[in-house]
Design a protein around this ligand. Structure first.
Ligand SMILES: NC(=O)c1ccc[n+]([C@@H]2O[C@H](COP(=O)([O-])OP(=O)(O)OC[C@H]3O[C@@H](n4cnc5c(N)ncnc54)[C@H](OP(=O)(O)O)[C@@H]3O)[C@@H](O)[C@H]2O)c1
Length: 355
């Protein structure tokens, strides 16, 4: 089958460049347009490359950036849009693309809480894709928007899903140690963060609570039903390049052994693994036994096969006591919590015949 023509919005940014990297040679999608603001219009991708852990691929460097205009994308035959736009500009641009009939996969917060728009994490809530049929009724030309979650809640929800299903846990405390790349480029001023920790990230704790309920909830009778799981978050920015580390505390009257929890997490497989989606990690949750893991430097890129690097969540230091289980969890914020999450969402939608 011919590949779907795709565009990347925000292609000069942290998320946009992860998209560009992950979509090289993709079996379902071919990127035909790299878009950003008028500031970048006409520049080559190599001139605005910001990822420091990957050298720009020779096939990408010469690509020219164009301005962001839904009508131009429609004329170019674009069917699928990957959006890495800031939330304050994403709303109307993504709407214009969806109204032109495109399938939009967004990292921005603008549409996340709409009643007919999923926050999709394919291992957790693939049934939420049914909301697209409702959304399509209010839009012209069959287009739609699918979002992925805030980068700190995606990884946490992946670790929680198998435990909530197996043991019915509902009360979760989490303290985050979030990487600098989570703030976009250029992000936090260096003088604020070198030798320092910032114990507040605007709106992050609220997003973790609200989005967590939607992601872990169900979709029934044409609407989203919130999960009973409550996430109490304390979020901090730390001097780390990539990878959000989280200290998780789950309280319950009945706690299984650490060995059982480890087996439940390690054995977790879901629809993307069954469908063998190209960016699905073979093991979505990897339990590490070493006492000093997971670490952002060593474990952020966890995940196999090659296309799924950075898509697995790692968990370590599982400790189970009478009424509390504690562990550390790590996920790559711009891959699993960002561009990779959207790519996996698009792969699921493609396999389900929605694009
Ligand atoms: N970083 C993360 O870990 C992460 C994770 C999950 C979700 N997100 C979300 O993903 C989105 C992108 O984040 P980021 O970290 O990639 O941000 P970023 O590095 O600041 O990049 C923003 C991109 O948007 C473009 N842009 C800005 N204003 C525009 C406008 N008016 N019209 C068209 N393009 C415009 C920029 O183009 P110019 O360079 O031309 O200005 C740039 O390409 C945000 O909504 C963020 O909340 C980020």
């Amino acid at each position: 089958m011919a590949k779907k023509k795709a565009a990347i919005l925000g292609s000069s940014g942290m998320i946009g460049q992860r998209f560009a990297q992950m979509l090289i040679g993709h079996p379902y999608f071919e990127v035909v347009a790299y878009c950003a603001s008028d500031r970048s219009d006409g520049k080559k991708l190599s001139e605005v490359w910001k990822l420091s852990d990957v050298e720009i691929d020779a096939r990408l460097g010469e690509k020219a950036i164009q301005g962001t205009d839904a009508s131009a994308l429609a004329r170019q035959g674009v069917e699928v849009v990957f959006s890495g736009l800031p939330s304050d500009v994403a709303g109307p641009v993504e709407d214009a693309c969806a109204e032109s009939g495109m399938a939009v996969f967004s990292n921005a917060a603008s549409h996340r809480m709409e009643p007919d728009t999923p926050i999709l994490v394919p291992e957790i809530n693939p049934e939420h894709l049914a909301s697209i049929e409702v959304q399509r009724k209010r839009r012209r030309n069959g287009g739609f928007v699918v979002t992925n979650a805030n980068c700190s809640v995606t990884g946490l929800a992946l670790g929680l899903k198998p435990l909530v299903d197996a043991y019915g846990f509902t009360e979760v405390d989490v303290a985050t140690y979030q990487a600098l790349s989570g703030a976009g480029y250029p992000g936090v001023p260096s003088l604020d963060i070198i030798g320092n920790v910032l114990p507040h990230i605007k709106d992050e704790e609220e997003k973790m609570a609200i989005e967590g309920k939607k992601i872990l909830g169900t979709y029934a009778s044409g609407g989203f039903v919130d999960s009973p799981v409550t996430i109490y978050a304390s979020c901090a920015r730390v001097n780390v390049m990539d990878g959000h580390l989280e200290a998780v505390f789950i309280r319950s009257k009945s706690i299984p052994t650490a060995e059982e929890i480890s087996r439940t997490l390690s054995g977790f497989r879901a629809k993307p693994q069954k469908l063998k989606l190209p960016s699905a990690p073979e093991r979505p949750v990897i339990v590490l036994k070493e006492r000093n893991r997971p670490q952002p430097k060593l474990d952020s890129m966890a995940g196999t096969p090659e296309r799924a690097r950075g898509m697995a969540v790692t968990i370590g230091r599982i400790r189970a006591e009478k009424d509390c289980v504690r562990f550390y969890l790590l996920s790559h914020n711009t891959i699993r919590g960002g561009a990779g999450g959207s790519v996996l969402n698009a792969e699921l939608a493609y396999k389900e015949g929605l694009i």
